[in-house]
Design a protein around this ligand. Structure first.
Ligand code: IDP
Ligand code: MG
Length: 136
């Protein structure tokens, strides 16, 4: 049975700053994701705090929110069969040093915080994150 899902992807400030947006988008397309929606924006720190509120008890929360709001990001709604798991696999492990060869974070990530891309981790969070950026 088919299981078409939508997931939220973010090209983070470190990658946008290095002009990797088109290259990363082409990697999504090559992997059969459809880019249904896309926009380039810059978050206020308060908005980043809201987006990452699940991490508010973590020691790196403040730095994480400062970082995500430090420059422009590209947010996208991606769609394909099993998109959520598929995007997590394409991204690779959170820490680029531990990410598998061929993954976006292995290819482009600079460090555990500047790891170039975000992807929703569950169906529930995908819906919340898509609404966060695209509900109007
Ligand atoms: P994920 O992005 O692979 O889903 P999460 O655990 O949800 O990873 O963490 C969210 C983001 O917080 C990561 O992408 C990374 O940028 C940052 N982060 C996670 N763990 C650490 C850490 O130990 N130190 C600094 N930043 C971290
Ligand atoms: Mg996560």
């Amino acid at each position: 049975m088919s299981n078409i899902e939508q997931t939220l992807s973010i090209i983070k400030p470190d990658a946008v700053e290095r002009n990797l947006g088109d290259e990363i988008k082409s990697e999504f397309l090559k992997n059969n994701f459809k880019i249904l929606k896309e926009k380039k924006i810059k978050l206020e720190k308060q908005e980043a705090e809201k987006f990452y509120q699940v991490h508010q008890t973590k020691p790196f929360y403040n730095d994480l929110c400062s970082y995500l709001s430090s420059g422009p990001i590209i947010v996208m709604v991606l769609e394909k069969e099993d998109a959520i798991a598929g995007n997590r696999k394409l991204m690779g492990a959170t820490d680029p040093k531990k990410a598998e060869d061929g993954t976006l974070r292995k290819k482009h990530g600079l460090s555990i915080d500047k790891n170039s891309v975000h992807g929703s981790d569950s169906l529930e969070n995908a819906k919340i994150e898509i609404d966060f950026f695209f509900k109007d």
